[in-house]
Design a protein around this ligand. Structure first.
Ligand SMILES: [Ca+2]
Ligand SMILES: [Ca+2]
Ligand SMILES: [Ca+2]
Ligand SMILES: [Ca+2]
Length: 341
């Protein structure tokens, strides 16, 4: 402001600076009178699910517009009277520990919170106004998905979607944790879980995968859920004998039916399936003989004397026995040799 005045001789002027000092003459008010939010079952304590906002037209740089939020009352007061927490400075609303552990949409699907906003940083001489927040409780799709059974050696094409999870609340990011080779399982932004390579039951026959849900800032939103993957067996292992050759001795006077030796092959496939059911067969004898001298039991692998007597036979025979699993996909040939004295 420029002020001038004239005396008899001189004209004089000076400047007067006028400061308008803020006075706390504005009451803070909620931007929306009735506010709505929804909280999902499973949300952890302290993770905001909504935010209340208020305005105060006084100078923001003074306490006149320094706002504080207060949760006055919750109705109904079940199962606890302190289900919710409001951050007094930011206005973010979250669950208390009690709220997070007892929230139940079937017991109470809607709460009304009466909230207050005060200026003067909430001091006694503050202006204030109040508002109502309606909170809907929603059930959540965030639950452990059903176990998945996958056959080993699936032909693909990969990746193969195997399951899906969804956090139905605010923005969420998913990740997987568990004992499996990196990138064997992955999860998309939409929560679809993929298998990226063929499984081998003989290496690992089941997986326990934890699915983690986080906010974009890395804070966990809810407890992880679990996906169990069981690997079904394919008959991809042939029976094998623990040793390539067996040696034994047969007495010349052995009678028919005398047990000479038991051969036993092993099969790495699932013992609960036919893929490990082994049949034994005698497929060769050197030197040959006009009558059958030996036999092998198809199921037990017991080799016994088939002839009435071993008199007049050669001093040594080499028998060839095969072990074959039930489907015969890989009939494994192994030699069995024994000496006859
Ligand atoms: Ca004010
Ligand atoms: Ca396998
Ligand atoms: Ca097998
Ligand atoms: Ca197998």
């Amino acid at each position: 402001m420029q002020v001038s005045f004239r005396t008899s001789e001189h004209r004089q002027s000076f400047t007067v600076e006028v400061c308008v000092i803020d006075k706390n003459d504005n009451v803070p008010t909620f931007i929306e009178e009735s506010m709505r939010g929804s909280v999902q079952l499973g949300l952890l304590k302290g993770i905001p699910f909504m935010q209340v906002e208020a305005l105060d037209r006084d100078d923001r740089n003074t306490a006149h517009a320094e706002l504080r939020f207060i949760l006055m009352e919750q109705t109904p007061r079940i199962p606890s009277s302190q289900m919710f927490f409001i951050n007094s400075i930011t206005g973010e609303v979250s669950l208390t520990e009690e709220g997070a552990s007892t929230l139940d949409p079937e017991m109470c699907g809607r709460y009304k919170l009466s909230v207050m906003v005060k200026d003067m940083a909430g001091k006694a001489n503050a202006f204030f106004s109040s508002g109502i927040v309606t909170v809907e409780v929603t059930g959540n799709t965030w639950a452990s998905p059903d176990p998945v059974r996958l056959q080993e050696n699936l032909p693909g094409p990969y990746p193969i979607p195997i399951s899906q999870v969804k956090w139905s609340g605010s923005q969420a990011e998913y990740s997987l944790e568990g004992e499996f080779p990196e990138m064997l399982f992955t999860i998309s932004r939409e929560g679809v879980i993929y298998l990226n390579a063929p499984l081998d039951r003989e290496t690992q026959d089941q997986f326990q995968i934890s699915i983690v849900v986080e906010r974009p800032d890395g804070r966990e939103i809810a407890k992880p859920v679990e996906l169990r993957v069981m690997v079904g067996d394919a008959n991809d292992n042939r029976p094998t004998f623990p040793q390539a050759q067996y040696h034994t001795v047969v007495k010349e006077l052995s009678a028919r039916g005398t047990e000479i030796l038991t051969v036993q092959a092993a099969d790495n496939d699932d013992p609960k399936t036919d893929n490990v059911r082994i049949f034994y067969r005698l497929v060769g004898q050197i030197p040959e003989s006009p009558r059958a001298l030996f036999r092998v039991d198809r199921d037990s692998g017991v080799i016994s004397v088939q002839a009435d007597s071993m008199e007049g036979t050669a001093p040594q025979y080499t028998l060839t026995i095969t072990a074959e699993d039930a489907k015969g996909d890989f009939g494994a040939m192994q030699n069995t040799a024994f000496f006859l004295l």
